[in-house]
Design a protein around this ligand. Sequence first.
Ligand code: NAP
Length: 284
Amino acid sequence: MKFITLSNGVKMPILGYGTFTMSNDETERCVTEAIQVGYRLIDTAQAYRNEEGVGNAIVKCGVSREELFITTKIWVENAGYEKAKRSLEESLKKLQTEYIDLVLIHQAFNDYYGTWKALEEAYKSGKVRAIGVSNFYPDRFMDLVTFSEINPMINQLETHVFQQHKNDKKFLEKYGTKLEAWAPFARGSHGIFENEVLMQIAKQHNKTIGQVALRFLIQNGIIAIPKSVHKNRMEENLNIFDFSLSNENIKKIEELDLGENVFMDHENAEDIERFFKMFKIGNK
Ligand SMILES: NC(=O)c1ccc[n+]([C@@H]2O[C@H](COP(=O)([O-])OP(=O)(O)OC[C@H]3O[C@@H](n4cnc5c(N)ncnc54)[C@H](OP(=O)(O)O)[C@@H]3O)[C@@H](O)[C@H]2O)c1
């Protein structure tokens, strides 16, 4: 496994395992298998309602806690200093751990300033080893870094071959923030697993399209957290450290960039409205 060093010196695995849309039971089974095949970074969130499953897997897995790197995220409804603090205590309990390696603000909505204060405090007290954000696009990101003490160590954004965030990545680097890719397979959209360009490159290396898509990210210094409920795919997705992409092939993949999100455009009011409705967020 390769590691990436965050701005505070903490080392984070560059490839991890995502757990979105999995029940607690399925999460426990899948995270156990993921750790068995070699994953050490596990990504969960309060909103996924499966932190207990992650907690059960990590206490039973036989791998020491120090070897694991656990990420969770504070949900929009838990935003604000007091609520975020309480919710972090809940997450610690559910995850059955004394500290969390990385805590992110899940979305830049509601009182994210209060949440950030709670995270800065938790970081200073040692309950959390690194803090960051997710889905913070340039305006919200700049707003937070300009008026806060600690810069986010991570920004987790929808990132894949069709949404590469080349400029955003450079901009984040200016503030010591690493880009982490959620939905590194674009959740299968845009026909990623049949893409001709990726298929040709995969054949050259005797690899799969999924492996090429992940290799492209990590070779660009982007942390990726693919999700699969199948053990063989977990293994496949992890097996990307024994080949590298040539500059020529990197250029070909760069040409696939459409520069837009598949799941939600944070600059589109209707998308945001849909998101709030879907998660039943807000007072209205
Ligand atoms: N911060 C955020 O707002 C946010 C939002 C969404 C997700 N995330 C995080 O990012 C993680 C990954 O994103 P995601 O789960 O949305 O999507 P993803 O990892 O891009 O794609 C997952 C899909 O790809 C399939 N798959 C996995 N490996 C494959 C392979 N080798 N070949 C073919 N198909 C494969 C999976 O099916 P099977 O399971 O059937 O194998 C699943 O349908 C999440 O689990 C979550 O931890 C964060």
